[in-house]
Design a protein. Structure first.
Length: 102
């Protein structure tokens, strides 16, 4: 991950009971995102309340990713089948720090 500042897109959702094809689509979208200009990385938590955070260099990179045709199709399928609800937050990461137990 580069040094801040950069941007985080936090996608929080609750899935419906219809999960057929979801994992495959999520994997395909992650692979596609990795090919997009400005993509920096992604993290997931998918137990109960699902959270995916993707990291981007600029707001323009995020806007281009949102308008990607394959991503638009995945978004439509998500609204039609896989998500009970979702919320997307876009944040500027100004500072970061971490801890690792040795």
């Amino acid at each position: 991950m580069p040094q801040p500042p950069y941007y985080a897109v936090i996608f929080t959702n609750q899935q419906t009971s219809d999960t057929e094809g979801y994992s495959e689509m999520a994997d395909a979208m992650e692979q596609l995102a990795q090919q997009q200009p400005g993509y920096l990385g992604m993290e997931h938590a998918r137990e109960g309340l699902a959270i995916t955070i993707s990291y981007w260099e600029t707001l323009q990179d995020i806007a281009r990713w949102k308008e990607n045709l394959d991503h638009l199709q995945a978004q439509k399928l998500g609204r039609d089948r896989w998500y009970q609800w979702y919320k997307t937050r876009i944040c500027k990461v100004e500072r970061e720090y971490e801890f690792h137990k040795s």
